[in-house]
Design a protein around this ligand. Sequence first.
Ligand code: ZN
Ligand code: ZN
Length: 902
Amino acid sequence: MTTTGEERERGFDHTEIEPRWQRTWEDADVFRIADDETDPEYVLAMFPYTSGELHMGHVRNYTITDAFARFERMRGESVLHPMGWDSFGLPAENAAEERDTNPRDWTMQCIESMREQLKEMGFGYDWERELATCEPEYYRWNQWLFKQFREAGLVERQAAELNWCPSCETVLADEQVEGEAELCWRCDTPIEHREMDQWFFTITDYAEELRAALDDLDGWPNNVREMQRNWIGKQEGASVAFEVGDYGAVDIFTTRLDTIHGATYFSLAPGHPVAQQIAEDDEAVAEYIEMAEDADEDDLDVTSGVFTGEYATNPATGEEIPVYVADYVLTDVGTGALYAVPAHDERDHEFAEAHDIDIVQVVEPTDDADVDPEDVDVQDAAYPEDGVLVNSGEFDGLTSEEARDRFVEEFDGEHRTEYNLRDWGISRQRYWGTPIPMIHCDDCGYVEVPDEDLPVELPEFVHTTGNPLDAAEEWKQVDCPDCGGDAVRETDTMDTFVDSSWYFLRYTSPDLGDAPFDAERASDWMPVDQYVGGIEHAVMHLLYARFFTKVLDDLDMVDGVREPFTNLTNQGMVLGEDGNKMSKSLGNGVSPQRIIEEYGADTARLFIMEAAQPEKEFAWSPEGVQSAHSFLQNVYTLAEEYADGEVGGEARSASETESAGDADEIADYVAREIDATAAKATAEFEDFRFNHALQAVREMVSLLRRYREATTPDAETFERGLTTAAKLLAPVAPHVAEEMWDALGGDGLLAEAEWPAAEAPDGYDIERRLVENTREDVRDIVDTVGIEDPQTITLAVAPAWKHRVLDLARNADGNVVGTVMQDEDLREHGEAAADFAKELAGRAQSLDEQLPPEREREALERAAWLVEREFGAEVVVQGPDEAAPDLVGKAGPGRPAIDIAE
Ligand SMILES: [Zn+2]
Ligand SMILES: [Zn+2]
C-alpha cells in the first residue's frame, strides 16, 4: 500500500508491534519476581502437557491467568506467574515410535515450539522459573519425596489388577488396550487381567481430612468440591459379625443395619479370604472365582454368583441364610462381605430374583411418607427408603434411624466409617516417567536407592514390545545398597500425576539443588491464590495435589500450608464454529498460530475474553474475531489521532453543539463516565468477569468517539479517557495498549503503570439509569407519535414534593397512601399527592431510589448532548418552577416529563 507524503496509514501492524513489545518487556524484566519478594500474588495455570502444539483451550486458559496477573501487577502487587511443562507420559513414547525418534528428543522439540507459541501470545511469565518434569533436576525430587513418603509409612506394596498381553508378555496401560474386545494395541491379542504387586501411596490415610477440608475451600467451584466428595465417598455405617459355617466370624459393613432382620442371603467377594478357603474344597466356587477375576469390571453382572453350600447365622434372628460368592461385592469396598436384604436393596433384589431367594420386608413407609404402605410390594421391587420396622420382632415400630443406633449394641457391632477412596497406585510399566527409586535384592527384599545415588536417571530409550526399562539389562543390574550382593532395579516408573502434585512448590525455587523446594519461601509464597485449568482435573490432579500438600506439611517441609490452591477456576471449552467440540475428524478446529499470524495475539486474546465468562463454553466466531480486531484498530487510531493533534476535527462547527449545554457540562459527563468505567472494570476483573469489564471499556471508547464528534473535547478529559482505555485494556490486549500508551506519551511501560483509580461518582448508578430511561422514553415517543424531525425536546424534572412521596412510599410498611397523607407538607398538595401515592402503591415492589430533584436536573443537563446528537434536536432541561404546569404534572422522580416539538 502506498501513502502520500501528507497522509499515512492509520492503525497498528500487529506483526511489528507484538514482537517489539514482547522483547521490551523481556528486556525490562517486567515479569521477573525476585526470590526475596514477600508473599506475592501467586497466579497459576495448570501447566501444559507437551503435545507439541498449543490449542485454543490452552490459549484461553493462559489468557485468563495472564490477564489477571497483569491486572494485579498494575495494581501494585508483586505477582508470581510461572510456566512449565508436564512432560512425562505415554503419548511421548507413542510419538517417538511413530517418528522413529526417542521420547526425550521429541519432548524437547515440543517444549521449544510451545514456548515459542506462548511467547508469541504475549503471556508474561517469569521464564527464569521454567521447569520440565522430565528433567533429572526435577524428577530426582519425585524420587526423594517417594522415599520421604515411604519413611512416613505412606508407601505400600499392594496387589492390583493389570492388563497383561500374553503374546507380548508385558503389562499394558489402559490406553494400550483397544476396543470393547480389549485387544493389545501392538499385536491384537485379547489381553488378560493379572493381579500383581504395585507401589501405592496410601492416600486413604488422609481421606477424612481431604473430605472435611472441602467445606472450607470457598474459592472453589461447588461442582468440583462435590465431585471430590463423591470420589472420596464417605459412608457412615456399622459392622457386625456373622458366623459362616466352620469358617468363623465374618465381618460385614452396612449403612442399613436397620434391615438386618430381612437378610435372606450372605455374599462374599471373590477375593474374600473365606471365599478363597471355600474354593479350595469346592470346584464350582473355584471356577466361579477364576471366571470373575478374568472379567473386566465393566462386565459386572449383578446377578452373577454361585452358592457355596455354606450357611451364615444372622445374629439378629438366629436364622441360617445361604452364602454366595458374587462379584458384585467388591473385595476392596467395605469388608468384602455383606448380608443381603432383597426387600430393601435394588441390587440384592435383582440377585434374589435370579437365584430364587426369599424376599422379606422389614421396613415400611412412615405415616408421613409420600408412599402409602399399602402400595409397597417388595416382591415386585425393593423399597430402599428409610421407614418404620416391621417383621423385626420386639423392634417393630422403631424408625430406621433409631434401629440403626440400637442394633449396633444389640448385635455386638460397632460404628464404622468407610470411604470409596482407594489408595493411589503409582506404578506404571512404561519408560517415559520417573524411575521408582527402589532396588530388589533376593536377600534384603526391597531396598531404597540411597540419597547420594539420586537421581536414578532413565537409561537410553530402546524400541521394544514391552517396558524399555525391563530391557535395559545393564541399567537394571546393580549391587544391593544393603548387602552388596546382586540386585535388580525397580523397572516401574511413577504415574505422571506424581509430577504434577507438587510442581507449584518447585516454582518457588526451581534451581535448588539440595531440596525439592525452599521451605521458607514456599511457606511464604504458597498457597496459589488463583489456579486456572480444565474441569477434567477436578478429581485426580486436584485431589493428589491436596494430598501431597497435606503430607508435606505433616513432614514439616512447608509451614502451615494445608491446601495448595485458594481459588480455583475451571475454564469452559472453546467450541468450533459449528458449536461442536473442536476435532480433527470434524475439521472445525482453529489453530492459534493462524489467528496470531492473521490478526495478532491481542485480537485472539480479546475475542476469547469477550466471548464469555471464563467458566462458560463458547463457539469460535469469525465475526467475533473480526469485531475484536476492528475495535482494537479503532481505539488505537483514536489515540493516535489525538496524539497527532487531530482531536475535534470532526465537529463541523462549535455552534452546532453549544446549544446542548456548556462544553464544561459535556466534559463533566465524560469525566464521570471514565471514573465509572474504571470502577466497573476493576470490580469485574476482580470477579473474573472479564467480558463485563471489556464491555464497559467498549462503551467508554464509543463515548469518547461521540464526544470528539460533538465538540472540541476538553484535552485533559479526553486524554484521561484514552489513557484509561489503554490501562483497562492492558491486561487483555497488552501489545496494542502498550502502543497506545506510548503514543500518548505515557511514562515508562504500561505493563508497569498504575491501575486507574477506581471509584464511581456518588449516585452514578441512579444517574445512569435516569439517563438511559429518559433516552429510551424519548425514542418511544418519537417512534409512537411518528415525529420525523424533532426540533426541541423539553425535559421537565418532577417537583420536590413528588420526591418526598417517593421517599415515604419506599419506607412505608404496606400502607403507602395512608403514610403519605399523614404528612403535613404533602397534605397541601391534596388530591395530586394522594393520586401519586396510589400510583406508587400500585408498584410498591419496584420503587427504586432516585436522585433529589436538583441532582436529577444536573444529571440531565450533563447528558443533554447525547440526546441532542441522537435526535438532532435542541434539548431543554427545566426545573419544576420553569416548566409548564401540565408538563410538570406528568413528571415523576427518575422519569422526567417529555415534550417534543416538531
Ligand atoms: Zn501384545
Ligand atoms: Zn541385599
